[in-house]
Structure formats: C-alpha cells, structure tokens
Design a protein around this ligand. Sequence first.
Ligand SMILES: NC(=O)c1ccc[n+]([C@@H]2O[C@H](COP(=O)([O-])OP(=O)(O)OC[C@H]3O[C@@H](n4cnc5c(N)ncnc54)[C@H](OP(=O)(O)O)[C@@H]3O)[C@@H](O)[C@H]2O)c1
Length: 209
Amino acid sequence: MKIGIIGSGNVGGTLGKRWAKAGNTVVFSSRDPQSEEMKKLLSEAGSSASAGSAEQAVKSGEVIVVATPWPATREALQSAGNFNGKVLIDATNPLKSDLSLDAGMTTSGAEQVAGWAAGARVVKAFNTVGNNIMANPKFAEAPASLLYCGDDADAKKTARELISQLGFDAVDVGPLSQARLLEPFAVLWITMAVKYGYGREIAFHFMKR
Ligand SMILES: NC(=O)c1ccc[n+]([C@@H]2O[C@H](COP(=O)([O-])OP(=O)(O)OC[C@H]3O[C@@H](n4cnc5c(N)ncnc54)[C@H](OP(=O)(O)O)[C@@H]3O)[C@@H](O)[C@H]2O)c1
C-alpha cells in the first residue's frame, strides 16, 4: 500500500517505519524534509520510504495518517490539499496541556478532522495506545487491542489491514462519532501510564463471548 504520513514524530515515525519495513511505500512529511531527524528516520525506515511536504504525502498516498500535535492539526490538514476520497487515519488526540480534552461528548477531534480534511474518508485509530505499543504490540497473554471507528466501511477495511499488519488485535467499535469515547479512553491510557504508576508498557485487550 502507498502511505503518506502528516506529522512524522513519535507516532507517525513509528508507524511509517514499521509499514515501510512490512513492504509498503511510505512518504513522511515534514515542514523541513531535509532535517537531520528526517535523514535519521529515512535511514531507519529503509529504501521504500521518502520525505516530502504534507501535500506530497497526500498526493502520493492511498492512505494518509495524521499524527500532528492537536493545535497544529487543522492547519496541517488544510495546507495538505484535497484528499479526493482517500482514507485518512486520524491518530491525534485533542489534548490540552493539562491532559484534558479539547472536545466534549457532543463532538470529537476526529469529527473536526473530517470537517478540515476536504474529501477524506476518516478512520480514527492508534490514538488509544502509546507509540511504544505501536512499535511492539505483543504481550505474553495476547496482542494489544487497537480500537478504531469510522463511517465508511471500505475505509475501515483498509485501516484494519494496516492495523493487523503491525500485529495488533483490530477491533471495529462503530461509526466515527464513537471517537467521542475513544479520545477519553486515550486519556485513561495516558494518565495510567504517566500519572498513576503503571508506566508506558501497558495495553488493553478486548474479549467477547
Ligand atoms: N506519543 C504518543 O504516544 C501518542 C499516542 C497516540 C496518539 N498521540 C497523538 O498523536 C499526535 C502526535 O503525537 P507525537 O507524540 O507523535 O508528536 P511529535 O513527536 O511531536 O510529532 C508530531 C510531528 O508533527 C509535526 N508538526 C509539529 N507542528 C506542526 C505544524 N504546526 N504543522 C505541521 N506539522 C507539525 C512535527 O514534524 P516537523 O517538525 O518535521 O514538521 C512533528 O514531528 C498528537 O496529537 C498526540 O496526542 C500520541
């Protein structure tokens, strides 16, 4: 698959590197594609990865991932051009500096992203685990579950394939409005990891019977 990454930091860099190593073609975007950080990322990702602008990442990708800091997300998406029906995986969390959310229970960051990214089919995914879990979702008991949601069935199928490629247990939790619950769920992971003593090597597993 051809994947464009908008925001190639902890999240975008980790996901893009793993997908590039799994045989996908990845374009990492940056405001400075010639930076030393980008050179390092490209050397780690291997020959199927390259760097460019956000617009180039959108043009070249069949699937785009947005992983920018929340305050930069609107501008990053609006400067990236038209998505022309492409799948946009929103991995952001609309976090304020005190770790509370900049969206209530009547909307979500993902629904705002869908309004900003012209023509995109948005799937919310990867926001509920740390980038260290994206690097390695394996645990002794079971793989970490990765909850995702969206309104477009084909877009969700594509996202599911990419989630599964990384070794996650992919769980469809419904329409994009379910991001109103996935975003506070991310805050649960973050606060357990960084405030309440569990550390970052934690993940949830979904069970059903
Ligand atoms: N870190 C985690 O474990 C984690 C887990 C799940 C979700 N998230 C969410 O994922 C998002 C990214 O987090 P992160 O930790 O990967 O952040 P990060 O390491 O700071 O990376 C974000 C990237 O976005 C780019 N960026 C920054 N400001 C920008 C702007 N004004 N316009 C365009 N691009 C800009 C930067 O790239 P350039 O400087 O090269 O342009 C930077 O590398 C956040 O919304 C976060 O809440 C994080």
